[in-house]
Design a binder for this molecule. Sequence first.
Ligand code: SF4
Ligand code: SF4
Length: 446
Amino acid sequence: MDRAGDCLAIYYFLPFIRWDRGPNAPSQAILVDLANSRFYFFFIEIWPQEVYYITGLLVLAALALFLMNAVAGRIWCGYLCPQTVWTDLFYAIERLIEGDRREQMRKAKETMSLEIFAQKLLKHSIWLLIAWWTGGAWVLYFADAPTLVKQLATFQAPAMAYIWICILTFTTYTLAGFMREQVCTYMCPWPRIQAALTDEYALNVTYRYDRGEPRGSAKKNDALKKQGLPAGDCIDCNQCVAVCPTGVDIRKGLQLDCIQCGLCMDACNAVMAKIGRPADLIAYDTEMNIQARIEGRPELRRILRPRTLLYAGLMVVVGAIMLTSLALRERVHLSVMHDRNPLFVRLSDGSIRNGFTIRVANKRLDERRYALSLEGLSHGKLEIVGAKPDQQGRPVLAVGPDQTMEARVLVTVNEATLPSSTDLRFTLTDLASGETARSADHFMAP
Ligand code: SF4
Ligand code: SF4
């Protein structure tokens, strides 16, 4: 419940964190701005053509998952996965209203009374409220959160916001309220993948069979122990199986269905406390340690091993590449497209003209003026349709903060210096910072 509360608090709270980017940009720390095709994450702003940063983040997330799995088994499933978090919360509400599992099973056999009906109504109402709130928080990541909250409350929000809230309310209510661990068992691919990635050094919820076997009733095993005969601490009470949400008997070893929720550990510890035996018959442990104890060798914790070092090393490399490219990313971008038809035009004085469409992206949060110049065609005359030249005769474009601008560019070469088709390069220079962007193309001639 605590972990569910923490994760939910982060999820609900994040859209309200503010981040000052100046007057020309949104002040929400995490924002997916679909209307303007931008993604904001604190000091990072990602443009559509920089989607490789999102790919890098996904690679980092996958490596983190692999590393977590190599160190502590399915810790993601048990503590961090949204499905687990919401299911935990729904379970907690169910227990609070309808009592523990035994109580619930007893009530299920009884005929419906007003009290049972009222409990069920209350439980489903709270579930629906949480599910609705979950959908409501999700849409806040796609617009200015405080504004959208006001719009939602006064029924003035865009229809799409209400549609998404309805969809997510339905999916949360169904997945966390009814499907629960079946999502992990039948729908999620991660248990299959992690089974291939895990090894005997990974910490997992483990039945310590070296201590528990041979199992038997408390009385019988106590008697056997007194006679110096082998007897384990497991009294075969089946409590660990009864509490398991996926019906796993952890005593049969690590299984795909086990989501590492730890409920069997708690149940077994309660049993051990009652019969006066040490706790942790079921605990986080490794197969290597169990074998070591059986053979009388010291236990071994090997967090640093080739696969953990490999995953950690790859994370450092990917992270360093991303940080470096973020630090060195260009704040101005130029793309050029040559006219397709006609490729060139012969003017009345015999000179040849090529037409281009350029697109300038100003990634800074203030307006910038850019001068365009030409390389590779020394006698070419450059003109931006509708733009004035600067003192050096270069045509200048003004582009608003965090915006792109498209313009028509004409390159004319007079008859006396007419080349055959040749390469050329456009250079765009930020008049304030001197930063440049270049783009290569061709000049087409007869
Ligand atoms: S709860 Fe503990 S003692 Fe009871 S069956 Fe499971 S492992 Fe054995
Ligand atoms: S109760 Fe135990 S065996 Fe069942 S899913 Fe949770 S950790 Fe795994």
